[in-house]
Write a protein that binds this ligand. Structure first.
Ligand code: ADP
Ligand code: TYD
Length: 211
């Protein structure tokens, strides 16, 4: 009898710009490395050569919100097919800086694009693939704005006003309410040390279960 290698776990990081995703991705990656777990870090929009080209367009060119939603999901289709699913099949864990929830938060809640159409795109592109865990970094829009100011030149989305980010934040919480089994909402107004001890409490059992 052959022993089938366990599938990798799929972990997504979500939150408005400046909420702390990049900071905590590095922390989780460090935990996985220490535990000897093979993993990749990827991002959306992007993650593949075509996806990165679409990212350039999405982050810098003006377009209708419908076009934006379609391009986000086109990049996601490529990302899933070329990178995420093959890695998971090989037992490699995937950490993604944003995934489908971001389209609901930004295009859906932020830009008020049809939630129903996004659900149709999600069904089409994702099929029954959902992350095993989504860490949502919950932070008031004003604090997120302060944290990201001066870190880099703002892209098209980061130039949006605070009320846009407030809506996006609410959109994320709506998704968390719809998928309570995979979401963990983390109060990101706390210190990095406190947040990371909470993240460790969530990730360590997943690591233990994989050994
Ligand atoms: P994101 O990837 O979600 O845009 P970052 O991880 O880049 O967010 O964080 C934005 C900025 O806020 C960075 O300068 C980071 O060091 C800082 N930061 C992240 N988390 C905290 C925290 N809990 N308290 C204070 N500053 C933080
Ligand atoms: P991000 O990589 O978080 O930006 P940065 O490199 O500046 O941290 O994400 C790029 C932007 O794309 C971000 O503002 C959110 C937006 N976005 C959407 O609007 N919809 C989506 O589906 C995704 C994945 C991202």
């Amino acid at each position: 009898m052959t022993i089938k290698k366990q599938k990798g776990r799929f972990i997504t990081f979500e939150g408005i710009d400046g909420a702390g995703k990049s900071t905590h991705i590095q922390f989780v990656s460090g935990m996985l490395t220490k535990a000897g777990i093979d993993h990749i870090i990827t991002r959306e929009p992007g993650g593949t050569p075509l996806g990165e080209q679409l990212r350039e367009i999405l982050l810098h060119q003006k377009m209708s919100v419908a076009t934006e939603a379609l391009l986000m999901f086109a990049a996601r289709q490529e990302h899933l097919e070329q990178k995420i699913l093959p890695a998971l099949q090989q037992g490699i864990w995937v950490i993604s800086d944003r995934f489908a929830d971001a389209s609901f938060a930004y295009q859906g809640a932020g830009k008020q694009f049809s939630w129903e159409k996004l659900e149709q795109l999600e069904t089409w592109v994702l099929g029954d693939t959902q992350p095993d865990l989504t860490l949502l970094f919950d932070l008031p829009a004003e604090i997120a704005e302060e944290r990201r100011s001066g870190t880099h030149e703002p892209d098209k989305f980061e130039q949006e006003k605070n009320d846009f980010f407030q809506r996006a934040q609410a959109g994320y919480l709506k998704r968390a309410g719809t998928y309570p089994e995979r979401f963990r909402v983390i109060d990101s107004s706390q210190s990095i040390a406190v947040i990371q001890s909470k993240i460790a409490d969530i990730i360590q059992p997943m690591i233990d279960a994989s050994h």
